[in-house]
Design a protein around this ligand. Structure first.
Ligand code: NAP
Length: 251
């Protein structure tokens, strides 16, 4: 029987794959057999090395996801290089922290644009291509704040809660067309995004005390969930937001 988790012959477009969770996912998808197009604003040198060491092809697309302007170009460049695109991982994202009482419009717009608006329009551009190919897989990187409120991150919580909803509506519209749309909600992962939390001793201790696994997540902890959702093993999985959180939501 063929391995249902194999991504041999597949092409995955991963946003923000130069570091952190996106890098962990790109390497895991490559290890499962996929060629990788990495779209982001920083050169993904380390990721490229790791992917090529696994014997997979790698394309870097330089792009700023602060606006929707480049989304079609990202899909076009991937298809020009590889002939198709089968998997989209919407990982690039930002966070802005401030008390809600004084939160600025600029911090609201920046996070909503990158984490939600651009994700929708990149997914739309991807889906137009996937429909021509007979299907595809979309994996959105959500958050615990797709389920919970959080604190001092109003635009981030709004965007990630919105992303869980977007995951469901797109699954509803595209499930019969061969496109699976799902999300992964990482718990607390040791990346640039959470540097400020780890630097705050009290916050760090409180977070660790609540994680049943007793440690922060590492980028390599998330790859298996992405491989699953990108593979034919997940053909009948639609619209879920899968927590990979060391048990945080269970507590
Ligand atoms: P990270 O290390 O800060 O990575 C974020 C990635 O997004 C980087 O590649 C970054 O590029 C890219 N990016 C941000 N703004 C961009 C823009 N305008 N144009 C192009 N690329 C842009 O943080 P991470 O933790 O790995 O975050 C990845 C995803 O996981 C995000 O969606 C985040 O919200 C989500 N997440 C993280 C955690 C966690 O605990 N770490 C928990 C839940 C969800 P640069 O390197 O150039 O900045």
């Amino acid at each position: 029987m063929a391995n249902p988790f194999s991504l041999e012959g597949k092409v995955a477009l991963v946003t923000g794959a130069n570091t952190g969770i996106g890098q962990g996912i790109a390497i895991a998808l490559a290890a499962a057999g996929a060629d990788i197009a990495a779209a982001g604003r920083s050169e993904p040198t380390e990721t490229q090395k790791a992917v090529e060491a696994l014997g997979r092809k790698f394309l870097s697309i330089k792009v700023d996801f602060g606006s929707v302007e480049p989304v079609q170009r990202v899909v076009d460049e991937t298809v020009a290089a590889f002939g198709k695109v089968d998997i989209l991982v919407n990982n690039a994202g930002i966070i802005r922290r401030a008390d809600s009482i004084e939160f600025s419009e600029a911090d609201w717009d920046a996070v909503m644009d990158t984490n939600l608006k651009v994700v929708f329009f990149l997914t739309q551009a991807f889906a137009k291509q996937a429909l021509k190919q007979g299907g595809g897989k979309v994996i959105n990187i959500a958050s615990l704040l797709s389920f919970q409120g959080g604190i001092r991150v109003p635009s981030y919580t709004a965007a990630k809660s919105g992303l869980a909803g977007l995951t469901k509506i797109l699954a509803n519209e595209w499930a019969t067309k061969g496109i699976n749309v799902n999300a992964i909600a990482p718990g607390y992962f040791d990346t640039n995004n959470t540097e400020a939390l780890r630097a705050d001793q009290d916050r760090n201790a409180a977070i660790l005390a609540r994680i049943p696994a007793g440690r922060w997540g590492r980028p390599e902890d998330i790859g298996g969930a992405a491989v699953f959702l990108a593979s034919s093993a997940a053909d009948y999985v639609q619209g879920i937001t899968l927590p990979v959180d060391g048990g945080w939501l269970a507590r």
